[in-house]
Design a protein around this ligand. Structure first.
Ligand code: ZN
Ligand code: ZN
Ligand code: ZN
Length: 398
């Protein structure tokens, strides 16, 4: 859904439905409105539309930082904002508010096309308010759900209810002491989600029922574990992804013996550059049993090569700010951080590095850890290990 407030303070929002359908709604705003009010009004109208259509999950993208800050303030006295809050609450709408950089010009059809493609793969209905074309392109390239979550996490922490507030509501609803329900794990996740763990499926169902009946609109979903990743090393670039996958299937029948078609589904997640400009590392997402066969085999035939195959961590680290959980494309920092000393420069230009001084990991010093004498990309970094563990906990290896 694109809501665009124009200079005349008219506007429209366009809804990109997951099925690819595009709906346009025009808005009329009073001429005495300030731009700030007009932006909030546009968001309000988008929420009205969602409530009206009983769409519980959506993402609203806007370049109005001040508008989002106001919406993120639970004690706001702004009339439009309190309206929005009430509406979200009354209709149990779960809306991701996402800030995007102001647009540099909207190429109507092209943008609509890309956003519709992005929406088609997502469970959320994206609502774009004055969107930048570059962002829509990013959305279309990436798994749009992941992308919007990432943008949300990076740009709009807080939202309507903090994770702590949601946690308090969950605790109250479950009332473990009173009910005797057994929960063995509680963890805050991004997007104000709370992850609960139980020992048995039976116990999990009871907890879910309890939260659904007492949670006052809290939504409970079982976690779907993601499929694991493998990395194919130093593959010569000469074929399309599709052909690479076909070749892997055809040339390694002994490795995949007995597996059915469904097991064999795999996708190229991304490619990594290597020192050799003629080769890449290919990261594939595969089914758990294929992951097992591939990592056991250690190497596979591919065209005229025998390529090395290794397990690939699902954790991503930003090559710009060196933080975990988002890639460079979604980084909100504007300068590169040095992996050697943490300073605002690339490692190639690091004075400490060329002087042979010991490294200082910016993630570890940021976390207040005592030992920081390693590179921020190091596999031994304890902060990385913690994140790696969390990323793997949501991956299905068997
Ligand atoms: Zn970053
Ligand atoms: Zn440095
Ligand atoms: Zn570290």
């Amino acid at each position: 859904m694109v809501v665009d407030t124009t200079k005349r303070l008219g506007g429209a929002f366009v809804v990109y439905c997951p099925n690819g359908k595009i709906i346009t709604r025009k808005l009329k705003l009073h001429s005495s409105c300030s731009v700030f009010q007009a932006e909030l009004k546009a968001i309000e109208q988008a929420c009205v539309w969602l409530a009206d259509k009983h769409i519980p999950n959506a993402a609203i993208l806007t370049d109005s930082k001040s508008g989002l800050q106001e919406i993120g303030n639970p004690n706001s006295t702004n009339q439009i904002v309190t309206n929005i809050h009430r509406m979200l609450d009354n209709h149990s709408l779960s809306v991701n508010f996402i800030w995007v950089k102001a647009h540099t010009g909207i190429a109507g059809n092209e943008a609509a096309d890309l956003a519709a493609k992005a929406a088609a793969t997502s469970h959320n209905v994206p609502i774009l308010i004055k969107f930048p074309i570059s962002f829509v392109r990013k959305l279309a390239q990436q798994d749009s759900k992941v992308a919007s979550e990432q943008f949300y996490q990076d740009n709009m922490k807080g939202g309507l209810e903090t994770a702590d507030e949601v946690l308090a509501r969950v605790k109250k609803a479950v009332d473990a002491r009173g009910t005797g329900l057994k929960i063995n794990k509680v963890r805050k996740a991004k997007n104000q989600k709370i992850i609960l763990g139980c020992d048995t499926e039976d116990e999990r169902k009871k907890v879910q029922q309890r939260i659904e009946s007492r949670g006052d609109g809290l939504i409970v979903e079982p976690i779907k574990n993601k499929d694991p990743l493998v990395i194919l090393k130093d593959v010569i670039i000469d074929s399309e992804d599709e052909d690479t996958i076909k070749a892997l299937h055809a040339q390694n029948k002994d490795v995949f013996f007995g597996l059915n078609e469904k097991d064999m589904e795999m996708t190229v997640k991304y490619k990594k550059r290597t020192r050799n400009p003629r080769t890449v590392h290919i990261v594939l997402q595969v089914k758990p049993n294929v992951w097992q066969r591939m990592t056991e085999a250690g190497a596979l035939y591919l065209d005229l090569q025998r390529v090395r195959v290794e397990d690939q961590s699902p954790l991503i680290q930003c090559t710009r700010c060196l933080a975990f959980g988002h890639g460079r494309k979604f980084c909100t920092e504007s300068v590169d951080r040095c992996s050697h000393c943490g300073g605002p420069h690339l490692r190639e230009k690091c004075a400490d590095f060329s002087a042979g001084n010991e490294p200082q990991c910016c993630n570890c010093s940021h976390s207040g850890l005592r030992r920081t004498d390693h590179n921020a990309f190091s596999a031994d970094c304890p902060v990385r290990k913690k994140w790696d563990y969390l990323a793997r906990a949501n991956t299905a290896y068997a």
